[in-house]
Design a protein around this ligand. Structure first.
Ligand SMILES: [Fe+2]
Ligand SMILES: [Fe+2]
Length: 167
């Protein structure tokens, strides 16, 4: 059963937002690797792949519901140039933006009593809580590390151990 046009538009926008997130994380990965933090770069590359996978899930759901897909225009990602903590702060801000966006979609689906979209969106909201917590924890640890090289390298090694299936 088709989604109403307004909700379908939000799904289309979300596909674009997830793709833009993927590109932003790839840009962050490149920056961190340039700074010698290859483990954090690996972490960001996996994050980028996950956002791409999210985009595909929103796209598939939209198609499965019989609605059209039109991917929107995207801005170039902001090129990081600050500290590692700044990069992860920007990552958290991005996740918060995504959480707000999916929350709005959930409200729209509720208003339309679209019970097919609600569980799909709920799954993403639950994942957003985990994503924000994971990035928040990294930020806390970066603050503790400060400018201490060995501690940063230790954290870099740890984050570099992330594999695509870890959450
Ligand atoms: Fe996502
Ligand atoms: Fe995310």
């Amino acid at each position: 059963m088709k989604m109403n046009d307004d909700l379908a538009k939000l799904f289309n926008d979300q596909i674009t937002m997830e793709l833009a997130s993927s590109v932003t994380y790839l840009q962050m990965a490149a920056y961190l690797e340039t700074e010698g933090l290859t483990g954090m770069g690996t972490w960001m590359r996996i994050q980028s792949d996950e956002e791409h996978a999210h985009a595909l899930r929103f796209l598939q759901f939209t198609l499965d519901r019989g609605n059209d897909v039109a991917i929107g225009a995207m801005d170039a990602p902001v090129r990081p140039d600050g500290s590692v903590a700044d990069v992860f702060d920007a990552a958290l801000a991005q996740e918060q933006k995504v959480t707000a966006s999916i929350s709005d979609m959930y409200s729209a689906a509720q208003a339309d009593a679209d019970v097919l979209a609600l569980p799909f969106l709920q799954e993403f909201l639950t994942e957003q809580v985990e994503e924000e917590a994971a990035v928040g924890e990294i930020i806390d640890r970066l603050r503790l590390a400060g400018d201490d090289g060995p501690t940063l390298l230790q954290l870099d090694r740890e984050l570099g151990a992330r594999t695509p299936d870890d959450e």
